[in-house]
Design a protein around this ligand. Structure first.
Ligand SMILES: [Zn+2]
Ligand SMILES: [Zn+2]
Length: 365
């Protein structure tokens, strides 16, 4: 079959909108008609050449849609199901899966640019076009693994559901699943884009007492107040660490870094109290490193840890976030600042690069 998709041929070149060939779902795979896809920074790392990927590639890993067909052996997803795409489809049986950390499972031995059983389902004039994160939802249709398509309630709007698939899960999950923030805690969130705002609302959901949002853009700090921040610090013109230590009387219980930058990861670590947890949620370029004071680790029992995809157990957590949204305990509508058709995806990424938006989404017919 044919699918219109956005294709990246080379880093630092615009995505090309064109028609590709998509083969039928193989054993254990499902075909999803995409309804909406989020414009996330992770795809942008590949577009800028900061993350390596075989090319050409169809990006897009934050999406939702309706199951159109299923391959042989598929048991838990059926035609007509509304699904949120899980960009970490897992095998179900390895140590990570059995321990309850499925996002750490690579699913199979094949690279993430291929399906579990090997190869790509996408091509153009007989030439292979690669998958990204086994999702590739900047496309009208996508073939994904069964574990990568999580059924959700039919009353969940699919455009909002798309955002639950990455930014909401990543931000809220980092607070609730990874860090296990306790009621009454003080929480710092550095970087208030799509993921950071979800750390803010995750902290509110967890009952944090003080939620201090840090960003260099005033519009993002305004969003943070809407999402539950109690204090905001514009770090373009002042040092956030000193202010945080003053506000929290000696350092925050938790700090979440949602940008993936060396400087702000170090800031997050400096923001916490002895015994506090600094959690890196933002995704950095592949070759970046951070530097922290070594003695402060044992002497102050400080913790620096990472959170990938909100330590999600997607088949439990994505439907749970949908319930929280539908019972009005989670804001998703307010995250969406702009929507674009697929043809305007390069405009959407320019807006992301400028820091103009909380989140924009690509909406399909
Ligand atoms: Zn993402
Ligand atoms: Zn596994």
């Amino acid at each position: 079959m044919k699918t219109k998709a956005a294709v990246l041929y080379q880093p630092n070149t615009p995505l090309v909108i064109e028609e590709l060939d998509l083969t039928e779902p193989a054993d254990g795979e499902v075909l999803v008609k995409i309804s909406a896809a989020g414009v996330c920074h992770s795809d942008y790392h590949v577009m800028k050449g900061e993350w390596t990927s075989p090319m050409p590639v169809v990006l897009g890993h934050e999406g939702a849609g309706i199951v159109e067909r299923v391959g042989t052996g598929v048991k838990n997803v059926k035609v007509g199901d509304h699904v949120i795409l899980n960009f970490r489809p897992n095998c179900g049986w390895c140590g990570h899966c059995v321990r309850g950390q499925p996002v750490l499972c690579n699913g199979s031995e094949t690279p993430k640019s291929e399906m579990f059983s090997g190869g790509s389902r996408l091509s153009r004039n007989g030439e292979t076009v690669h998958h990204f994160a086994r999702t590739s939802c900047f496309s009208e249709y996508a073939v994904v693994q069964e574990s990568g398509a999580v059924p959700v309630r039919h009353d969940m709007p699919l455009d909002k559901a798309a955002l639950i698939g990455c930014s909401v899960m990543t931000g809220v999950g980092a607070v609730i699943n990874t860090a296990r923030v306790e009621p009454g805690s003080s929480v710092v969130v550095i970087g208030c884009g799509g993921v950071g705002l979800n750390c803010v609302q995750g902290a509110q959901l967890a009952g944090a007492d003080r939620i201090i949002a840090v960003d260099i853009k005033q519009n993002k700090l305004d969003y943070a107040m809407e999402f539950g921040a109690t204090d905001v610090i514009n770090s373009s013109n002042q040092d956030p660490i000193e202010i945080i230590h003053e506000l929290t009387k000696g350092g925050a219980d938790f700090a979440f870094e949602a940008l993936g930058r060396t400087e702000t990861i170090e800031q997050a670590y400096e923001s916490i109290r002895p015994g506090g947890k600094a959690v890196v949620v933002g995704m950095a370029p592949e070759d970046d490193n951070v530097s922290i004071n070594a003695l402060s680790l044992p002497r102050n029992e400080k913790m620096l840890m990472g959170s990938y995809y909100g330590s999600a157990r997607p088949w439990i957590d994505l439907p749970r976030l949908v319930d929280l949204y539908l019972s009005k305990r989670l804001r998703v509508d307010e995250l969406v600042t702009r929507t674009y058709p697929l043809d305007e995806i390069n405009v959407a990424y320019d807006a992301l690069a400028q820091g103009d938006v909380a989140r924009s989404i690509i909406v399909f017919d």
